[in-house]
Design a binder for this molecule. Structure first.
Ligand code: ZN
Length: 320
């Protein structure tokens, strides 16, 4: 079958200047329908986790309890009590405080990495990217422009968005930016990747205020972690929809081919062949192996993501 990918025929196949209201309405319509449900569930789980820790802390035996339960030697009782007290600093409420501090430290270490090793996108550095970012900002009506950085990552084709108090920032790996400035001169794919990252900013996926409770839910072993992974996959689908809304679907499939085949060979991939083959696996064990990879991943596997991207009705992508 001859396969020719065309950007979808929606209100967003831009024939004229895109309008913020239209773009934002499309984002609301196509956001993954499980994202907010999972988010709310994880908030409840996070609150329960904190309540449990508070209750546990209240249950901690006092010095008198130690003396009462057979440690009549006051020194032994005091020593055991002190050891338990120090241990509780790392397990109960103390554990949560340490977790929060380490989380903040991690956010700042990502930002510090930009200040240490990256080039900030500006009117003079990578101006095409700078101007496109301005366009995305005004379409999404973001109060503040995310800072955008270019950083070489030894061949990793990737980008990410993060936050520190007062600002969000996007790292575009130089390996992505190369698509525009090396042999392919492919700005559209770079813009699609950047639009996806703007999606994370617009939908507040990275601010601590958004992620705190779901992260605390991870104190519930297994359940919290697995549901949090599910939320992360739903967010990726939502960010893809934002990218489609911002770009009118331009380079949506090329971007996925690039993420699989790398920044040079993707131009030689027959996307139609790829799309046909993702449905080819009939054996249950093969499908199960692929399912397991998706189940344990922060990002939906590429066949699921491609299927969601190509869905003309833009239904929510497959989480499991
Ligand atoms: Zn993402």
């Amino acid at each position: 079958m001859e396969f020719e990918h065309q950007p979808p025929e929606t209100t967003l196949a831009f024939t004229e200047e895109p309008q913020p209201e239209v773009v934002q309405a499309e984002i609301r319509r196509t956001r993954h329908r499980k994202e907010l449900k999972l988010y709310r569930f994880l908030i409840v789980l996070g609150i329960l986790a904190v309540l449990y820790v508070l209750w546990q802390t209240g249950q901690r035996p006092s010095l008198q309890d130690y003396q009462h339960y057979g440690y009549s030697d006051p020194t032994a009782a005091a020593t055991l009590y002190t050891i338990a007290l120090i241990a509780s600093l790392f397990t109960g409420i103390g554990g949560i405080v340490i977790f929060l501090i380490s989380l903040l430290f991690q956010y700042y270490s990502y930002y510090g990495g930009q200040l240490a090793f990256s080039i900030r996108v500006s009117e003079k550095n990578f101006p095409e990217i700078y101007h496109k970012a301005q366009e995305y900002r005004s379409l999404l009506r973001l109060r503040k422009m995310p800072e955008i950085y270019v950083r070489q990552m030894n061949g990793q084709v990737n980008a990410y968005t993060s936050w520190v108090p007062g600002k969000t920032f996007i790292q575009l790996n130089a390996e992505i930016v190369d698509l525009a400035y090396m042999e392919n001169k492919d700005f559209d794919t770079v813009f699609f990747v950047m639009a996806h990252e703007f999606g994370h900013v617009y939908l507040h996926h990275v601010q601590l205020g958004y992620t705190l409770w779901p992260m605390l839910a991870m104190f519930f072993p297994a359940v919290g972690q697995l549901f949090y992974l599910g939320l992360q996959r739903a967010r990726e689908y939502s960010a893809d929809r934002v990218a489609q809304a911002l770009t009118g679907g331009k380079a949506e499939l090329e971007t996925m081919m690039m993420l699989s085949a790398g920044r040079h060979a993707y131009k030689y991939v027959d996307a139609g062949d790829y799309v046909e083959r993702i449905n080819e696996h009939n054996r249950a064990l093969e499908r199960f192996a692929r399912w397991c990879i998706n189940f344990g991943s922060t990002h939906p596997i590429h066949p699921y993501r491609v299927r969601a991207i190509l869905d003309p009705e833009k239904r929510s992508g497959r989480l499991l």
